[in-house]
Write a protein that binds this ligand. Sequence first.
Ligand code: PMM
Length: 283
Amino acid sequence: MFTWGLSQERGTAVTGPVMGIVNVTPDSFSDGGRWFGADAAHAHGVALLEAGAAVLDVGGESTRPGAEPVTATDEIDRVVPVVRALAPHAVVSVDTSKAAVARAAIAAGARIVNDVSAGRHDPDMLRVVADAGVGFIAMHMRGEPRTMQEDPRYDDVVREVIDHLRARCDAAVSAGVAPEALMVDPGIGFGKTVEHNVALLAHLETIVERVEVPVLVGASRKSFLGVLAGTGADPGAREAATVATTVWALEHGAAMVRVHDVAASVRAAAIVGRVRSMAAVAA
Ligand code: PMM
């Protein structure tokens, strides 16, 4: 059975706080099309592993705002060859909301399912995860990717995200998923304004305390960073801002960050770890 417990043996357990993104899509917001072929995606995954990724997150459907859905067959054709090639060398998660894709990816060696709908999109998802005994990442999303950025509103975004994540964890456990296999994610950019995203980061410690399972943060290259840093619409110009979110997230209790540029976040995580251990000795 999968747990998030740390172990030193690469390929069999999660060894660090950085998840690398391997998008096998023609249209993801920041790297759409770059790693679309299975060979290119595999080579990209190997490079992220060498840069220090503890998990490789392989996705075959873009979740950017306004993205069009992909059929399960197309998604399987995209992700399975890449999962199969990477799984002997890495802990691989599959970024999907479809049970059929999760099942095929697990058969190809994926050990974690990362579902942006937290098991709501497909009624079979939680059972597939429970039966396979794999890890499950439940993310908060308001609505669905195609429409989620149309005027998102909350009374209290932090409280509502916490309540939702706790409810999704309860649903997963009721379906037979082991509590140790769960991770949650506040879903930066998924049905949220710039202010909502900042509030979720600002109150990350509260989220970590209240959800009672490890927390993943995925802020990498997202558009609110372009707004906050004044770098505009080019996702590639958001790297410094992304590293700032890595440092903030790890320093405020996140167990893992999901990023495109693994090397930069691994270096940042090393500095955070070093300073934190010195602070613990000094205190
Ligand atoms: N973001 C994207 C896709 N999948 N999964 C989780 N758990 N958290 C995220 O923040 C997240 C995700 C969109 O980013 P991408 O298109 O660069 O993969």
